[in-house]
Design a protein around this ligand. Structure first.
Ligand code: ATP
Ligand code: MG
Length: 178
C-alpha cells in the first residue's frame, strides 16, 4: 500500500485546492523554496493519518485553516488516495480515499465519499498498521536514532503495531472487560 495522491484544500498555506501528481510507490522527493509549504504538506498527511487519534482545541483547529490577507477559510480538507491493490485496508477496492474535513467546530471523515465515524477511521488505520502510539510510518528527524536504540521489548511492541495485530489485542481486552 502507498499514498498515490494527496488533495489539500484550505489547509495552512494551501489556500486553493492542490492536487499532487501521482506518486511513485518507491521514492518521492519534495523540493521547494523556504516557506513554500513542504512541512505543511507533511503535516497535512499527518493530519489525516495520525492526528485522528488526538483531539484538538478550537485554537489548534483555527491554526490549521488557511488565513490570508483579509480573509480566512471556514473549512479545509485533506484527502489521501491510497493504492490498496495489496488489500492492506480490508476493503475490496484497489483505491481508497480517506478525507478529513475540518471547520471551526466540525471535524469529519469520509471514506470513498461516505461519512464514517472517527472510531471507524481509527480501526481502519490500525488494522492497516497505522498505530496510534508510535507513528513509525513518519520518521522525523531524530527518530532513526531512537529506533536504533530501542530495547528489545519496545521493538517487539513496534513490530506488533506494524503487523496490525495490536488492535486485536486491545479489542480482546475490551471484550473481556464487558
Ligand atoms: P522550509 O524550507 O523553511 O522548511 P517549508 O517549505 O517547510 O519551508 P512550510 O513551513 O510548510 O514551508 O510553510 C510555511 C508557510 O506556511 C509560512 O509562510 C506560513 O506563514 C504559512 N502558513 C502556516 N500556517 C498557515 C495558515 N494557517 N494560513 C496561511 N499560511 C500559513
Ligand atoms: Mg519545512
Amino acid at each position: 500500500m502507498y499514498i498515490k495522491q494527496v488533495i489539500i484544500d484550505g489547509f495552512k498555506s494551501y489556500k486553493d485546492q492542490t492536487i499532487t501528481e501521482p506518486f511513485s510507490p518507491k521514492i518521492n522527493c519534495v523540493v521547494g523554496a523556504n516557506g513554500s509549504g513542504k512541512s505543511n504538506f507533511f503535516h497535512a498527511i499527518r493530519f489525516v493519518l495520525n492526528d485522528a487519534f488526538t483531539s484538538m482545541r478550537a485554537e489548534e483547529r483555527q491554526a490549521l485553516l488557511h488565513e490570508g490577507a483579509g480573509h480566512a477559510v471556514l473549512s479545509a480538507f485533506v484527502e489521501l488516495v491510497f493504492d490498496n491493490s495489496d488489500g492492506r485496508f480490508p476493503i475490496d477496492k484497489d483505491e481508497v480515499r480517506l478525507r478529513r474535513t475540518i471547520g471551526a467546530k466540525k471535524d469529519e471523515y469520509t471514506l470513498d465519499r461516505k461519512h464514517v465515524t472517527k472510531q471507524e477511521v481509527m480501526n481502519l488505520l490500525e488494522s492497516a498498521g497505522f498505530s496510534r502510539a508510535n507513528p513509525y510510518y513518519i520518521v522525523q528527524q531524530g527518530k532513526i536514532m531512537s529506533m536504533a536504540n530501542m530495547r528489545d521489548s519496545e521493538r517487539l511492541e513496534l513490530l506488533k503495531e506494524i503487523g496490525g495485530t495490536k488492535v486485536y489485542e486491545e479489542r480482546r481486552r475490551e471484550s473481556l472487560r464487558i
